[in-house]
Design a protein around this ligand. Structure first.
Ligand SMILES: Nc1ncnc2c1ncn2[C@@H]1O[C@H](COP(=O)(O)OP(=O)(O)OP(=O)(O)O)[C@@H](O)[C@H]1O
Length: 253
């Protein structure tokens, strides 16, 4: 059954006199993709950053999986069920795909379990960590690339790896920042398929410039311009919205 996993109310983020995010509210439901679109500088990354706790809010509240997480650290918010894919910045390029995902999975292992590791890394948490990593790699469709060095795999596979690393922490909410950026047609199609698979068990917020992908994936859209929401609704409602057409989409959708 679909439920609200993240509810953000009246979020504002100010940088000096500029409101990068200006009174924005967003709900994310399990089983749904909520796309956030808007021109460059609209505030999409700032919105993502305040939701993950990477950047402190000026005002507003965020409830995640039933808890008020406003003001929590990014690590605590992650443990409460938040996963985020960065644009490749998290990948250790000299490490294998497996090592990258295993490390991400380990970051979820409580500190106490790490204390009881022996020198080979065996511990109560070891098999759980390994199982989580294995599941994440399979879900992201990278099981045939586990031994490949991350720096040598294709751009599209690196984006899949980012998502696998995020899945290894077993998030319930996924914030995806331009997962299709720089992809060719075939890679983009594979990523859209992957995201459709992931949305069954996750609430997804998708920030993306590729409008074909956005309209293929989104159940709900929020359109931001200059920090503010100018429209929010279903894909059909957004396509028909005159303000959106004028501000962003042009004539093509
Ligand atoms: N750390 C910061 N300090 C000052 N201003 C910032 C900071 N981060 C973002 N901004 C400003 O906030 C506004 C929104 O930026 P943001 O990066 O959130 O937009 P965006 O919609 O993600 O853009 P893009 O699509 O280009 O990534 C911009 O005017 C930007 O210059």
């Amino acid at each position: 059954m679909s439920e609200v996993l993240l509810s953000a109310k009246n979020l504002t983020k100010r940088y000096g006199g500029l409101a990068a995010v200006n009174n924005v509210s967003v709900d994310l439901w399990t089983g749904r993709v909520h796309a956030v679109i808007g021109p460059n500088g609209a505030g999409k990354s700032s919105l993502t950053n305040v939701l993950t706790g990477d950047v402190p809010l000026s005002s507003g509240t965020v409830t995640l999986c039933g808890k008020d997480v406003t003001g929590w650290s990014p690590e605590k918010i992650a443990r409460q069920g938040m996963g985020r894919s960065y644009q490749k910045t998290n990948i250790f390029l000299p490490f294998t795909v497996w090592e990258n995902v295993r490390l991400a999975s380990q970051s979820r292992t409580p500190q106490a379990a790490r204390w009881f590791s022996d020198t080979r890394g065996n511990s109560a948490g070891f098999s759980v960590t390994t199982e989580r990593a294995t599941r994440a790699i399979e879900l992201a469709g990278l099981q045939h690339r586990t031994t490949a060095i991350a720096g040598t795999i294709s751009h599209g596979e690196q984006r899949q790896l980012e998502i696998a690393m995020s899945l290894a922490t077993e998030p319930r909410v996924l914030l995806l920042d331009e997962p299709l950026a720089g992809m060719g047609v075939a890679e983009a199609e594979r990523m859209v398929e992957l995201l459709l698979k992931l949305k069954k068990d996750h609430a997804i917020m998708l920030v993306e410039h590729d409008m074909d992908a956005v309209f293929a994936l989104a159940d709900q859209l929020t359109v931001m311009v200059d920090g503010q929401v100018i429209a929010s609704g279903t894909p059909a409602e957004i396509r028909a919205d005159a303000n959106v057409q004028a501000a962003y989409l042009g004539e093509e959708h």
